[in-house]
Write a protein that binds this ligand. Sequence first.
Ligand SMILES: Nc1nc2c(ncn2[C@@H]2O[C@H](COP(=O)(O)OP(=O)(O)OP(=O)(O)O)[C@@H](O)[C@H]2O)c(=O)[nH]1
Length: 248
Amino acid sequence: MPGAHARATTFVAETRLPTERGFYRVRGYRHANPNTGAVTEPVCVVYGDVEGLEDVPLRVHDACFTSEVLGSMKCDCKQQLEMAMDYIKDNGPGMVIYLQQEGRGIGLANKIAAYAVQEGGVDTVDANRKLGLPDDTREYTAVENMLAELGVKSVRLMTNNPRKIRELECGGIKITGRIACVVKANLFNEGYLAAKERRMAHVLDKSWMYWDAKGNTYDSLDEMEGDYGDASVDECESFAGDGTRKFN
Ligand SMILES: Nc1nc2c(ncn2[C@@H]2O[C@H](COP(=O)(O)OP(=O)(O)OP(=O)(O)O)[C@@H](O)[C@H]2O)c(=O)[nH]1
């Protein structure tokens, strides 16, 4: 993993944190967004010693104040974070990288505005568009840099989002597998989850599955050995540019 944007992410400090789930290493960083220059403070939560390892379980998680702090039931973010913390403890060493990219990058106030639009029956993608906001402005160079800094050679990514896998691969991260991260729907988030599946190609089944760069799926890593190459140039280009992506 090259860590091409190494100077953009600086390690600040590590502490040992006692949590309701057990003891984790928590590493704080400062990161300058290469598209906007905005500085955020990503955090890496580590269980065990990941340094120099391959196939490390990794959750790349974006902030969601409404669920993680307020307990909102409109999305699945908090449960996914908890699932990831449990997973790395039970199957570690592993990591959760927590990025301050609230609302898929539009920020908290804009996400609240999007929620207000959704109250009129508009789905999560169209609500952003009605407000003239991009679908997703998240960027993952901090992940690249943090993994390089820790010497993590390859990861198994906890996600249901194929685009996240491809985007991280485009940044040079070696992903050797996917770990599904599916949360049970409730009355308030079932429409949101359905929209993620329909509009954003999230895979919300519970099976373990592995993708190659062309989107073919396999039941095991053995089956796809040799096929899991670099993402195509087209895929990389579609994620490049000013950091703003469209889903359709
Ligand atoms: N704009 C917007 N952002 C939302 C909404 N609900 C949750 N979020 C944000 O969405 C981000 C999480 O992205 P998701 O699309 O749920 O999932 P993902 O991270 O792409 O994919 P997974 O790895 O499978 O979880 C967090 O930053 C949340 O704050 C919403 O209705 N509108």
